[in-house]
Ligand binder design. Structure first.
Ligand code: GLY
Ligand code: MN
Ligand code: MN
Length: 438
């Protein structure tokens, strides 16, 4: 069996079990519809229902549906309109076609008739409210969603292959972006170099690229790109991914320009700690502990760089590390960049709490083989947070001259995508493997 048919088999088994356990007999999934700007005829970029692209490598296919019933092949209702204004979806092609029962429709409303024999009083329909058709209104049953979201935390071998491919697609972009930075190009030009090297456009990136020079690296989700290069490009942070068949990569690198040795040393020290954190991704480890480990490592960095003179324990205890590392250590990754189910206490739901005082952590589960997570420690010089630190009782422990010098570089983040392996084995670093192969 191919990886894909094996993947479909796994999803079918998971769905059948989830349907039975939650009192349903059929699962319908709406791909979604295009949405339009208010009072306008321009659509926003289409975002497919992740439950739909979990089964099918179809990401630009509004008005399609999937039907899953126990013991039957999945049915795909494939919307292929006659349209001379746009390029309609191509004729169904690829490995998935042979694995499903296919019904092609020309108008969105025809899906209702194509699925009429699947609708019972116990049908679960997953989708956004605006995908509803007569007799097909999404009900999104929470107990069923919980089981499916929990299962999505663990990737099938097919999914891991897509995610490895999404790394290989992003890496040439990162290399091209770094070269453009070293040539002194603007943020916008660096961004374009990234897109060209990955074969992406802004339309199909898994998230908007974060491309920051100098102080802009201190803005965690910096959303603009200057068209003019700065007079001096000292540092460069790029957080950018790629997607393959609906699966994302999410990679951050930080670079120092030649001659900026103090910042280069900070980046190198961060890289050593980041690799240490990656190595903590092991079966059975509570991801919250990796996050707390990141705070201890941040304290070590701050002390090692002479930025804060407190003991490492006190720095963590007194939340001084929060001023420099104000986000979570990472998240689940997959069909969505911030994949679902990060806070689930178990397969039937419930919440695994964040450690107190760590509000931006996005994953609180114990790691299992096949989970893919990001490990993305950062150390930033963020004016708003530094003002608070300066007004705190710990201000006297900070070397403000060093902080001021390093503030001109914005900050450092290094982010890899990492798959947990079984039995305490070292993890698979999807990102570093792809850089090494490039
Ligand atoms: N690119 C957003 C993040 O790293 O979570
Ligand atoms: Mn990222
Ligand atoms: Mn991330």
């Amino acid at each position: 069996m191919s990886l894909y048919t094996d993947h479909l088999g796994t999803l079918q088994r998971q769905a059948e079990s989830a349907l039975e356990r939650t009192g349903h007999d059929t699962l319908l999934v709406a791909a979604g519809i295009e949405k339009y700007a208010f009072l306008d005829d321009r659509p926003y970029l289409f975002q497919p229902n992740p439950h739909f692209k979990h089964w099918l490598p179809l990401t630009q296919h509004p008005h399609c549906w999937l039907a899953v019933r126990p013991g039957k092949r999945p049915r795909v209702v494939y919307h292929q309109p006659d349209d001379y204004w746009h390029v309609p979806p191509s004729a169904p092609g690829g490995e998935w076609v042979d694995a499903v029962e296919l019904v092609v429709i020309r108008e969105p409303g025809q899906a209702a008739a194509a699925l009429a024999d699947c609708v019972t009083p116990r049908t679960a329909i997953l989708g956004e409210a605006d995908a509803a058709l007569p007799g097909l209104a999404p009900n999104n049953p929470e107990p069923l969603l919980n089981l499916l979201h929990w299962a999505r935390g663990t990737k099938t071998p097919y999914e891991l292959e897509q995610m490895r491919a999404a790394q290989r697609r992003a890496v040439p972009g990162h290399l091209a972006a770094r070269a453009a930075f070293l040539r002194g190009e603007s943020e916008a030009a660096i961004h374009r170099a990234y897109l060209v090297a990955c074969g992406h456009t802004d339309r199909d990136l898994p998230y908007g690229n974060i491309v920051g020079l100098n102080e802009h690296s201190a803005v965690l989700h910096y959303q603009y790109q200057d068209e003019s290069p700065p007079a001096e490009a000292r540092s460069f942070l790029i957080d950018a991914g790629a997607q393959v068949n609906g699966y994302a990569s999410d990679i951050t690198r930080t670079w120092a320009a030649p001659g900026h040795d103090e910042f280069a040393a900070l980046v190198a020290a961060m890289e050593a700690e980041q690799l240490g954190l990656v190595d903590e991704v092991r079966e059975g480890v509570d991801y919250r502990d990796i996050h707390l480990s990141a705070h201890r490592r941040t304290a070590r960095l701050l002390r090692g760089a002479g930025l804060v003179k407190m003991s490492e324990e006190a720095m963590v205890e007194q939340r001084v590390t929060h001023a420099f590392f104000p986000h979570g250590i990472g998240h689940l990754l997959g069909l969505q960049v911030h994949d679902v189910g990060g806070f689930m206490a178990g397969e039937t739901g419930g919440v695994a709490d964040k450690p107190e005082g760590h509000r931006y952590l996005r994953l609180t589960r114990r790691l299992q083989p096949g989970m893919v997570v990001t490990i993305e420690p950062g150390l930033y010089f963020i004016p708003m947070l530094l003002r608070e630190l300066r007004a705190s009782p710990h201000a006297a422990q900070v070397d403000w001259d060093a902080v001021e010098r390093l503030s001109r570089y914005g900050g450092v983040r290094i982010e890899d995508d990492v798959a947990c392996r079984a039995g305490g084995q070292a993890p698979e670093n999807l990102t570093r493997d792809a850089f090494a192969a490039a």
